[in-house]
Structures are given as structure tokens and as C-alpha cells.
Design a binder for this molecule. Structure first.
Ligand code: ATP
Ligand code: FE
Ligand code: MG
Length: 351
């Protein structure tokens, strides 16, 4: 299967061609990402209307570039996969409509992909990771622990009750005067910093379950940010914030691994971390330690596949097509679209 993937749910316009063979082997033939950082930077965050316009301007050339780099024409494709949500609906509609047009013109099946399912399969772009696995999905809008049985089969074990981990990075970075997007800027500032100088709150400790909370940390960090004077203090605060986020992610994963392993005696145990925050080296290394301690394999996507990209959307689409799943040409764009609808209905405020 050779699938064109399109991603336009936030602030990157991306297109990619991925091949999935009958043995489950994955080959990324191209992955093109047009970023809009410069357009949003003056506002310190993503402006939906600017994003939608930029997607309209870029989707043609980004897609043409992905086809060219793959060395293919539309008649070589087996299907088109486009993000149909969750995300900024104006942008989602651009990529989804474009995908529908290609599908209609070329008589190809369309897959309306859940962006989060894209993140969930992203580590499989570069490594052979069989299902099932325990997934920590940490992105700009989501922070969840999921038991992933396969495409379309995710059970949510826990999620944030307020901010997502990436959102916490971004908001704290902003309060420290760092440029958007804040996560990578904060990681850079934290290099060589001493995290021990700042006492930051540990949320939901001792509480049952595997939920996350970052709002207390955000408030405390903003208070410290207002008092730091020297560059060295700023570096230390950044290191403390990063350590506190990594600590909460690893503490909750630790608990979830213990429960997950207990339900699966004698089975091979696999752990995957995905989403933009999985690009953070402190987060990765803390999680890797926890995985090793519990006897889980550890995988994270290569950095380029942690943040938004279309290769993960193409792969999710290809995996669905391989199962005989496709979507009608009137598939709707969905601003909200949980991976585990039952869990989401039970806890509508969790992200
Ligand atoms: P969602 O996938 O939930 O819809 P999104 O698509 O905006 O949200 P991603 O693109 O997966 O999220 O990830 C972006 C987030 O990852 C941002 O919050 C960004 O700050 C964070 N991030 C990216 N790189 C790093 C890093 N090195 N350290 C910490 N955070 C990072
Ligand atoms: Fe994302
Ligand atoms: Mg993004």
C-alpha cells in the first residue's frame, strides 16, 4: 500500500508518502513540512484564522513536493489519508477537502484520520513495534496514557485534568519571556541549569488512577519567573520546570506500567512515548529508566516524527486501509475527536 498523507490540524502544513508492505514493513518515501512559525510568532501562539489561510496557501506546493520527493505520480497511490480532527477546524477542513479532491479525481479510497491515532502510530514509522503497547501521548493539546491494541482500538487509562504537558511547556516558557513554540526554547535554556534551586509542586500525588495535572506547576513557575533576575537563575528555573514535568510524566507512567504488567503476566511488555513533548531529552531519558525498571521495551519516534508531520497520518491511513477500513467522501471535520470515546464521555473535561 502506498498512501499520501495530509496534516493540517494545527500550524504545520504537511504531506508525506508512506509505503506499508504486506509484512508490515514501513518505508517513508517523503515527508514534507511547511511550518508557519514566522506567521504566528508575533502573537505568541497559533492564531486559527492565520493558520487556516496559511494552509490554503501551502497545501498545493507541499503536496506536490511530497509527490516529487517520493518520485511518484497520483496513479501510483493506493489511497489518500487526511487528518479529520481533532484540531483547529478551519485548518482541518483545508487538508481534508484537498484529500477528498485527490481521492475523487483519482478514484482512490479516502481515510479520515484521527490526528491522535497518527501520533499513536508514529513510533512505528522508524521501528518495528508490534501491538499491543502502552502509550504515553504527550502533545500540545493532549496528555494521556493509553492501552493501544491496534488502530481504532485504544483504551484511555488516564489523562490530564487541566493543561496538556506541551501546553504547560508553552505557557511557562511564555511567562519566562521565551519565544513561541516554548517547549524547544525551554529545553535549550535548561541546558546546564541546576534544577534543585526551585521547589515546584507535585500534582495529584497519592491519588488513585493515572491522571495528570499541570496547572499548579504553571502557576508556581509563573510566580518564580517574575522574580528571576540573572541569566543563571533563568537557566536553573527552566531546568527545574523541565525536571518537574518529566518527573510527573515518569511517576504516572511508573504506576500505569505496574498495573499494565500485572494484567498481562508472561507477555512481552512494550512502552511507547509519542507527541511533541516526546522530543524532550529529559522526558525521554526519565521514561526510558522507568521502562527498563518495569521490563518494558522503550520506543520513541525520531525527533522529526514527534511533532506534527504527515508521515504518521499516512501510516495510520495505510494501517486502516490494510484492515479494509476507509471513509466516505462526505466525512466530517471534527474539532473534538477522542481516541477512547467512552472514557471521554465519562470525563468530558479531561484532555
Ligand atoms: P495535539 O497533537 O494534541 O493536537 P499539537 O499537534 O499542537 O497538539 P504536537 O505538534 O504534537 O502538538 O506537539 C507540539 C507541542 O510539543 C508543543 O506544546 C511544543 O512546545 C512541545 N514540544 C516540542 N518540542 C519540545 C521539546 N523539545 N521539549 C518540550 N516540549 C516540546
Ligand atoms: Fe499533534
Ligand atoms: Mg504543532
Amino acid at each position: 500500500l502506498t498512501v499520501l498523507g495530509l496534516e493540517t490540524s494545527c500550524d504545520e502544513t504537511a504531506a508525506s508518502v508512506v509505503r506499508l508492505d504486506a509484512n508490515g514493513r514501513v518505508e517513508v518515501l517523503s515527508s514534507v513540512i511547511g511550518t508557519q512559525f514566522a506567521a504566528h510568532a508575533p502573537y505568541g501562539g497559533v492564531v486559527p484564522e492565520i493558520a487556516a489561510r496559511a494552509h490554503v496557501e501551502m497545501i498545493d506546493s507541499v503536496t506536490a513536493q511530497a509527490m516529487k520527493e517520493a518520485g511518484l505520480t497520483y496513479s501510483d497511490l493506493s489511497g489518500v489519508a487526511a487528518t479529520a480532527g481533532p484540531g483547529l477546524v478551519g485548518g482541518v477542513m483545508v487538508g481534508l477537502s484537498f484529500g477528498k479532491a485527490v481521492a475523487l479525481a483519482r478514484g482512490l479510497p479516502l481515510v479520515a484520520v484521527n490526528h491522535l491515532e497518527g501520533h499513536a502510530v508514529s513510533a512505528r514509522l522508524a521501528a518495528d513495534i508490534p501491538y499491543p503497547f502502552l502509550l504515553l501521548l504527550v502533545s500540545g493539546g493532549h496528555c494521556q496514557l493509553l492501552s493501544v491494541e491496534g488502530v481504532g482500538a485504544c483504551r484511555r487509562l488516564g489523562s490530564t485534568i487541566d493543561d496538556a504537558a506541551g501546553e504547560a511547556f508553552d505557557k511557562i516558557a511564555k511567562s519566562m519571556g521565551l519565544p513561541y513554540p516554548g517547549g524547544p526554547a525551554l529545553e535549550k535554556l535548561a541546558e546546564g541549569g541546576d534544577p534543585s534551586g526551585y521547589e515546584l509542586p507535585r500534582a495529584l500525588l497519592g491519588r488513585k488512577g493515572f491522571d495528570f495535572s499541570f496547572s499548579g506547576l504553571k502557576t508556581a513557575a509563573a510566580r518564580f519567573a517574575a522574580t528571576v533576575a540573572t541569566e543563571e537563575e533563568r537557566r536553573d528555573l527552566a531546568a527545574a520546570v523541565q525536571a518537574a514535568i518529566a518527573r510527573q510524566l515518569s511517576e504516572r507512567t511508573d504506576k500505569a506500567m505496574a498495573a499494565y504488567a500485572q494484567e498481562r503476566p508472561g507477555q512481552s511488555l512494550r512502552f511507547v512515548v509519542a507527541g511533541g513533548v516526546a522530543a524532550n531529552r529529559a522526558v525521554r531519558s526519565r521514561l526510558q529508566e522507568v521502562a527498563e525498571r518495569h521490563g518494558f521495551s522503550f520506543d520513541a519516534p525520531p525527533l522529526a516524527y514527534c511533532t506534527d508531520n504527515a508521515a504518521m497520518i499516512a501510516l495510520a491511513g495505510a494501517e486502516r486501509l490494510a484492515l479494509g477500513i476507509s471513509d466516505p467522501l462526505d466525512a466530517a471535520a471534527r474539532p473534538r475527536w477522542p481516541l477512547d470515546p467512552e472514557a471521554a464521555a465519562a470525563n468530558p473535561t479531561h484532555a
